[in-house]
Design a protein around this ligand. Structure first.
Ligand code: NAD
Ligand code: GLY
Length: 346
């Protein structure tokens, strides 16, 4: 299956191939960026089908805590040692951490060279590998440094998910539930009704998410409007990840808690009924995703929102579910209301 991502703003377009990777042939140097774990599991299957002028492989340390400038510097140094030129192609092979960093490094190496994403986690297949957001974290927060940089192609191979631990698979599903709640009620019903993540269901989830994401990004590549819906759960989730130093929760798990917090805020605002948000929480919990978090100090939690790049001019942008229209984007909710909701999580 192939899904075209056609971007109205930059006029770029590229294809996402789902379970259609048989050969990668380039008349240039190629540099594969991955980590030891993924390399051990899947690098050979890529090298077996790769033909290029000269190959280099860069392995980065595994984990969100390494998604930083030190690792970018390491990647860039290795790229220079491999003497990549402006025609060379980077292949990102890994989860969202690798694809976000490889896309960023490719975008700034000699003012930018092309890159291809081969995502190997569900999260990266349904979300991170498509849409061009690339970057790293710093001590002020998550993904605060980066660039929009679109890949030249994306290859999602559902077979790679066979080696993924269940916890990681479910964390990826959180991003799929996010898109279903915001954008596609029928897809939400599908997720509500499945019990297992057998391959057939995974392929449907991957293709549906990419279709939904491609549609949103094609209209608003640089997140000036509709693309914000993809941040549902993230405003709260990023604070949780930051407060727990990226150690306690996987990204998708923090987003899952964040969605539940956003739902409670939507309930308080009268956008949704209790039944509506209970249904979403049930789907999250069916896939063992966390939905609660102990907020020690609601004022401190609230102040942490302002570190997020989505908070502009002292306004926090909340992406909330709406029973009638799917979603609402609000930047004028009073602090007292938000803190009241946060108190429920103590
Ligand atoms: P990850 O990249 O850390 O991968 C999770 C773990 O699975 C890692 O240990 C990894 O080595 C391992 N792994 C990867 N593929 C595997 C496989 N096939 N089998 C076994 N193990 C495998 O985490 P993630 O959840 O993929 O990505 C999270 C990151 O993605 C976050 O940094 C988040 O900010 C980013 N993200 C970016 C976007 C975007 O639009 N750019 C969207 C969502 C998330
Ligand atoms: N993952 C959110 C986005 O791509 O906009």
């Amino acid at each position: 299956m192939q899904i075209n991502v056609k971007l109205q703003d930059s006029k770029l377009d590229y294809t996402v191939f789902i379970d259609e990777l048989t050969e990668l042939k380039f008349d240039t140097k190629v540099c594969v960026i991955t980590n030891q774990k993924v390399a051990g599991l899947h690098l050979k299957s890529i090298l077996d089908i790769l033909v290029c002028k000269e190959l280099s492989v860069i392995c980065v340390s595994d984990g969100e805590e390494y998604k930083n400038f030190d690792t970018i510097n390491h990647i860039l140094e290795q790229m220079f040692l491999a003497k990549l030129d402006r025609n060379s192609i980077v292949i990102a092979l890994g989860g969202g951490v690798v694809t976000d960093m490889a896309g960023f490094a490719a975008g700034i190496y000699e003012r930018g060279i092309k890159f291809i994403n081969i995502p190997t986690t569900l999260l990266a297949q349904v979300d991170a590998s498509v849409g061009g957001k690339t970057g790293i974290n710093n001590k002020f927060g998550k993904n605060l440094i980066g660039i929009f940089n679109q890949p030249m192609a994306v290859y999602c191979q559902s077979k790679f998910l066979q080696t993924l631990p269940k916890r990681e698979l479910y964390a990826g599903l959180a991003e799929a539930i996010k898109m279903a709640v915001m954008l596609d009620r029928e897809f939400f019903e599908f997720l509500k009704n499945i019990d297992t993540l057998k391959n057939e269901n995974l392929v449907k989830i991957i293709s549906k998410c990419i279709e939904l994401k491609a549609n949103v990004v094609s209209k608003d590549e640089f997140e000036n409007g509709i693309r914000s819906v993809l941040n549902y759960g993230h405003t709260f989730g990023h604070v949780i990840e930051n407060q727990t130093k990226y150690k306690k929760y996987l990204h998708g798990e923090a987003v899952s808690i964040g969605m539940n917090m956003a739902n409670e805020l939507a309930l308080k605002m009268g956008f949704v009924s209790k039944e509506y948000i209970d249904e979403i929480r049930d789907v999250l919990e069916k896939f063992s995703l966390p939905t609660t978090y102990k907020v020690d100090d609601e004022n401190e939690f609230y102040e942490a929102f302002f570190l997020d790049k989505k908070s502009k001019d002292s306004k926090i942008k909340f992406v909330l579910p709406d029973e009638e229209n799917g979603f609402r984007i609000c930047d004028d909710i009073h602090k007292v209301i938000v803190c009241d909701v946060l108190k429920k999580f103590q």
